[in-house]
Design a protein around this ligand. Structure first.
Ligand code: SF4
Length: 68
């Protein structure tokens, strides 16, 4: 199961993640919260679509770049 995190300081509440993957991301008070495991979504697309790179998914995108 993917480990999904949203950096709430970086999130600007644009709603892109929620519209791409409503089963996993839900906007509350202008921030996106993880409510699911992303199993029925293209998490790579969601990660790459976030305008502030606030979403981190283990093994995808920014999570990979952290590896030394
Ligand atoms: S796509 Fe990124 S900035 Fe937009 S609501 Fe989701 S986490 Fe926040």
């Amino acid at each position: 199961m993917a480990n999904i995190e949203v950096d709430l300081d970086a999130c600007v509440g644009c709603g892109t993640c929620e519209s791409l993957c409503p089963s996993t991301f839900q906007l509350q008070d202008g921030k996106s919260y993880v409510i699911g495991d992303g199993s029925d979504c293209d998490l790579e697309e969601v990660v790459n679509s976030c305008p502030t790179s606030a979403i981190t998914v283990e093994g995808i995108g920014s999570a990979e770049r952290k590896q030394v």
